[in-house]
Design a protein. Structure first.
Length: 424
């Protein structure tokens, strides 16, 4: 009994140590936008679920959206797991928003032949800011970055100059000025530097950095799609273009395609502006997709609603579910199969509804007059009974005697009765 208890204790200790000895690696390349914020948030959740002790963030970015940067910094500052941020690979840079994010990290480093800085706020559409607005943004960004820099114990003067003067320096100069903690040639060297260093966590508590086996959390389809619209200018053009398409649809009702593209584009642009959360945007797209697919069954859109519904449903599924987290998993293959199946069902029902509608139209009075039918049954007077015409069974009354299977010609329709004569 004693041996069993000791063995169980050893296994438990080994499992606990293994769970704590991992580091989640995130990799951010390109513009800082909603996709990056969403990716980092999911990375934190992944690290928490795996009970990892640290997060390695590899940065190589020219900068991006200031609002997104604020959200990312907020996530890092409130993370219960230390962020180890490294500007990589050699030749990369942490420009603008990337430089600010780097200052927020618990341990900040850079590879040789990288550069950091140039964080002066500019307009998202590339236009020059007005003097008053520019000064307001500068003061706000400086005061915000000062708080971050003081918290991490880095060079306050450097953090001011990268905003006010768009200052940018190489990795070694950034180390001399106290803007980062280390310059390395390999990722492993950076991790060894970070190991066992004391850092400040939320609520002022102190913690020692633990580095373990790397758990790679690579960008998925959700991230890649959102990154397409990460550039503020692209997001702005998408928003304005979507509004123009919706206006065209309203002024030219019945065209349908501009309206379909406009609504989908509007939702995606709202996600890009952080007006709509990624998951809520995904839910909106999925609902929109179902509505489009149902409408395709009843509205002659030449496939516009159907195709738009499929695209919207697939995008919504990708945005709503995290396909690579350890929580709720919905792979891209599942989304595609579900979208295809739903599309076939809805379009099939639509086809049957349209077929039934055509039959009802064809069997109207105008369509029946002059047509030939076949006598299916005859009453005792041999002048009435039931006949088959256009796939339907009708009651009839004839002006001449008829027999079973005789062909008759329809002369008139009154209510649900046909008046016929014997025909060829």
């Amino acid at each position: 009994m004693k041996n069993i208890f000791i063995s169980s204790l050893i296994l438990f200790s080994f499992h606990f140590a293994r769970a704590e000895s991992c580091t989640v690696q995130l990799k951010v390349e390109g513009v800082i936008g909603p996709g990056v914020s969403d990716y980092i948030e999911r990375g934190i959740k992944r690290a928490d679920e795996e009970k990892c002790s640290s997060i390695l963030l590899l940065l190589n970015t020219p900068g991006g959206n200031l609002q997104t940067t604020r959200l990312i910094v907020e996530k890092i500052l409130n993370s219960k797991i230390p962020f180890l941020c490294l500007v990589a690979p050699p030749g990369g840079h942490a420009g603008s928003a990337g430089a600010i994010i780097l200052q927020a990290c618990h341990i900040a480093g850079a590879m040789e032949a990288t550069n950091i800085g140039a964080a002066t706020p500019i307009a998202g559409n590339g236009q020059e800011l007005g003097k008053d607005l520019r000064q307001k943004l500068l003061n706000d960004t400086i005061s915000w970055l000062e708080g971050i820099t003081k918290l991490r114990g880095r060079n306050l003067e450097f953090s001011k100059k990268i905003v006010t003067e768009a200052k940018a320096v190489d990795a070694k100069e950034a180390l001399k000025q106290g803007a980062i903690d280390v310059v390395v040639t390999k990722v492993e060297e950076f991790l060894n530097f970070a190991k066992d260093r004391k850092v400040t966590m939320p609520e002022g508590r102190s913690a020692k950095v633990t580095v373990g086996d790397i758990e790679y959390y690579n960008p998925d389809s959700r991230f890649k799609i959102l990154q397409v619209f990460a550039d503020p200018q692209i997001a702005y053009l998408l928003f304005m273009g979507s509004l123009a398409l919706l206006y065209f649809e309203l002024t030219h009702p019945g065209v349908i395609l501009p309206g379909v593209v406009g609504v989908i584009g509007l939702i995606i642009s709202l996600i890009s502006f952080h007006t709509l959360d990624v998951q809520w945007g995904g839910l909106a797209l999925m609902i929109l997709g179902i509505v489009f697919l149902i409408a395709e069954a009843f509205v002659p859109s030449f496939g516009s609603l159907g195709v738009g519904g499929i695209v919207s449903f697939i995008l919504g599924g990708i945005f709503l579910f995290d396909e690579s987290s350890t929580g709720l998993t919905l792979p891209l293959v599942t989304i595609l199969v579900t979208a295809s199946g739903l599309s076939l069902i809805v379009l099939g029902l639509g086809y049957l509804a349209m077929k039934a509608q055509r039959v009802r139209i064809q069997t109207g009075k105008e369509e029946l007059l002059g047509r030939l039918g076949r006598v299916a049954s005859v009453a005792g007077d041999k002048r009435s009974g039931k006949l088959h015409v256009m796939g339907e069974l009708w009651r009839f009354e004839s002006n001449t005697e008829v027999s079973l299977n005789d062909k008759v010609k329809i002369l008139d329709v009154k209510g649900l009765k046909l008046f016929v004569t014997k025909g060829d």
